[in-house]
Design a protein around this ligand. Structure first.
Ligand code: PLP
Length: 414
């Protein structure tokens, strides 16, 4: 067998630039809508990523839960390769042979009837809003264009103009008005406020079962059951945005499973694409998704055969229960580790499964500064607000790797 050869970079190739050069180039040629950590990743496998210079880091963010199964999970990569060799895109103008199976499998996994395939999380949320409004007019009998949706303060559902209209984060909103009407914002974890905001115009309640971007805020036990009971009693749809909390992250397939609650509508994304392709979906009962008719909604790429093949492989992984189990078991290790750091630089934490928001003593630095120090220790995390960092490793992480990360956190806070 001949040794693999590397072809010399062609004239003008920019592939051999250092991390610093690439970061400088990004600064001048990309919009500044992100402030990434100064690491330039070139390769990855499982929980490990490697930068341009060959330095290795443990990925404790996992693409904000898009990489629940780790980087390049062999079964997901194999499914993508197989599909790349067969068919990649048809658009929904034609049928493809992978979409039906994906929809059946996802519906079965979530215990709901039907699937509306999209690509990004924000698109799934937008789609759920459209569907809820249509349902309100056609099924509930809300007066035309009067439908309202109740949402929670400090939510994060994406970046489109409609979604930022009901954000309570000034950075997400300022400068992007005029804002879409039809949303009522109530405090999270407050059933009385939610009930007071519901009236005959209300189509749906839209919440994250755990608020990720807000710092992994976990509502009181009974809140999700309360939302279910309230929405059922008042004839309102319960939309659970599980784009970040779902698909194994919290130790169960869905975060609502912790309270044995079944929403009317689920939005899924991130891990649904296995860290390979953007795949999102609205999953709902027939009575709800059935309101859409041809031409009323769509997406050129939504439901494409490559996404469907990867999505099916993701559902297959989740059916084994292994990832949920790992998240539940190792979540205890994470929780114990954070408890041990309490008072030693950690002033608060919230943890469910392999997902934690950690409030660091502001005297020790901002979340960003702590993240940079952790990067120096070979651990990649991301700050959220102020002095909060978020831990969401791939669910394939080992106990030892998790302990390595906790030891690094202890060191940078020491
Ligand atoms: C709960 C939730 N909904 C929606 C989104 C938006 O997803 P996307 O970035 O794929 O549009 C996110 C992303 O972080 C999220 O956490």
């Amino acid at each position: 067998m001949t040794a693999p050869t590397r072809t010399a970079p062609h004239h003008g190739s920019r592939s051999a630039r250092s991390s610093q050069e690439l970061i400088r180039a990004e600064e001048s040629s990309l919009a500044h809508n992100y402030h990434p950590l100064p690491v330039v990743v070139a390769r990855a496998e499982g929980v490990w990523v490697e930068d341009v210079e060959g330095r290795r880091y443990l990925d404790m963010l996992a693409g904000y839960s898009a990489l629940n199964f780790g980087h390049r999970h062999p079964e997901l990569i194999a499914a993508a390769h197989r599909q790349l060799d067969e068919l990649t895109l048809t658009s929904r103008a034609f049928h493809n042979d992978k979409l039906a199976g994906f929809a059946e499998d996802l519906a079965e996994l979530t215990g709901l009837d039907m699937v509306l395939p999209m690509n990004t999380g924000a698109e799934a949320v937008e789609s759920a809003i459209k569907v809820a409004r249509k349902w309100a007019y056609e099924v509930k009998g809300v007066a035309r264009d009067q439908a309202t949706i109740v949402v929670a303060a400090d939510n994060f559902h994406g970046r489109t103009t409609t979604i930022v209209s009901f954000s309570s984060d000034p950075t997400a909103r300022e400068g992007f008005g005029p804002f879409a009407p039809g949303f009522r914002v109530v405090p999270y974890n407050d059933l009385a406020a939610m009930e007071a905001a519901i009236d005959e115009t209300t189509a749906a309640v839209l919440i994250e079962p755990i608020q990720g971007e807000a710092g992994v805020l976990i509502p009181d036990d009974g809140y999700l059951r309360g939302v279910r009971e309230l929405t059922r009693r008042t004839g309102v749809l319960f939309i659970a945005d599980e784009i970040q909390s779902g698909l194994g992250r919290t130790g169960t397939t869905l975060a609502v499973d912790h309270e044995s609650v079944r929403p009317d509508v689920l939005t899924l994304g991130k891990a649904l694409g296995g860290g390979i392709v953007p795949v999102s979906a609205v999953v709902a009962d027939r009575e709800v998704l059935g309101v859409l008719r041809p031409g009323e909604h769509g997406s050129t790429f939504g439901g494409n055969p490559l996404s469907a093949a990867v999505g099916t492989a993701v559902v297959d992984l989740l059916r084994t229960g292994e990832f949920q189990r790992r998240a539940a078991e190792l979540g205890e290790v994470l929780k114990d580790g954070l408890a041990a750091l309490s008072g030693k630089g950690v002033v608060g934490y919230r943890c469910r499964g392999l997902w934690a928001g950690v409030d660091v003593d502001p005297a020790l630095g901002t979340g960003r500064e702590v993240s940079e120090r952790l990067m120096g220790e070979g651990i990649l995390v991301k700050d959220t607000h102020g002095s909060t960092i978020r831990l969401a490793p791939p669910l394939t992480i080992t106990r030892e790797e998790l302990q390595t990360s906790l030891a690094a956190l202890e060191k940078v806070l020491g």
